[in-house]
Design a protein around this ligand. Structure first.
Ligand code: NAP
Length: 285
């Protein structure tokens, strides 16, 4: 039991998280605290939805008139054909982490992009404008990172991925967005870029609890003045964040991105400013 809300009535709306698994998620803690503090009559619940049940879950969303949703792994891309339309940024990234209801239509948004940028800027104290960045990974999170860096007018983007073809494909798509050039790099090239780029981003699960490892790159070449953003987060610093800090670099873990993407989703659902400090407190409690 988490305190037991006494103010839920027949008028209370429901916002859901659909993912598989969802047991680890901090989103219910962040959003329920935010709804409660702002006096907005919504509750947030997480549902573990197997991929083959996603269409039925979206059918339930429509039938039951839910107020909004978040999507997490593995549904961010497969949900797209089930929606009525996409916000242009979600369309660009090809992934949806937030559903907003407007005139009974389900509209897909991607708040990971603004979450990444706000998280980065809050830790770095400046924007990524003109920066060079090496991104590790070529999955959904890496796509959001590239879209964010492009929107922030970064100067150079390099992608290193275990499966090189995916990095090549991702950079080809990113090149079509315009803005910063994107180049897929080999392990050797990535290794030499580690000490040269302004920003190193880990968009792989390396560092997560079942995979507590440093990325397979010479991160001992990191120096003061460089910035590391690890999308992975946990109760303690990830190996990459810990290592980068020891080398004197600025290191930011994924918590701030998590909080900022949630705050933006809250604002889309409610139209009210999000209580970001409270949400951060609940995300890290
Ligand atoms: P995804 O689509 O499954 O992509 C995973 C990427 O990581 C792929 O490029 C994959 O390489 C690579 N990878 C996986 N295991 C690896 C390993 N053992 N060694 C090297 N590379 C490996 O996942 P995603 O949605 O992009 O998410 C990536 C991470 O970002 C997750 O840990 C997620 O929790 C985190 N994330 C955090 C936030 C936040 O708010 N902080 C938001 C979104 C995501 P291959 O192509 O070779 O398989």
């Amino acid at each position: 039991m988490n305190g037991g809300r006494q103010d839920i009535t027949a008028a209370t709306g429901l916002v859901v998280l659909l993912g598989h698994p969802v047991g680890h998620s901090r989103s219910p803690l962040m959003h329920n605290a935010a709804f409660e503090q702002t006096g907005i009559d919504l509750v947030y619940l997480a549902f573990d939805v197997h991929p083959e049940d996603l269409a039925r879950a979206i059918g339930a969303f429509r039938a039951l008139g839910w107020a909004g949703a978040n999507l997490t792994i593995p549904h961010k891309e497969t949900v797209i054909p089930l929606l009525d339309s996409l916000d242009p940024l979600a369309e660009q990234v090809g992934a949806v982490n937030t559903i907003v209801v407007r005139e009974k239509k389900l509209i897909g948004h991607n708040t990971d992009v603004s979450g990444f940028l706000e998280g980065l800027e809050s830790g770095w104290g400046r924007s990524a404008r003109g920066a060079s960045a090496l991104v590790l990974g070529a999955g959904g999170a890496a796509r959001a990172v590239l879209a964010a860096l492009q929107a922030a007018e970064a100067a150079e983007m390099y992608v290193y991925n275990r499966t090189e073809e995916r990095a090549v494909r991702l950079c080809k798509e990113a090149a079509e967005w315009g803005g910063a050039q994107c180049r897929a790099v080999t392990h050797e090239e990535a290794s030499s870029l580690v000490s040269r780029v302004n920003l190193l981003v880990n968009a792989t699960p390396l560092g997560l609890k079942d995979n507590i490892k440093l990325p397979p790159l010479p991160v001992d070449k990191l120096t003061e003045g460089q910035v590391v953003m690890d999308l992975v987060y946990g109760p303690t610093a990830t190996p990459l964040v810990e290592f980068a800090r020891r080398r004197g670099a600025i290191a930011i873990d994924g918590t701030e991105m998590l909080v900022r993407q949630a705050a933006r989703a809250f604002e889309l659902w409610t139209g009210a400013p999000a209580p970001v400090d409270l949400m951060r407190e609940r995300a890290t409690a």
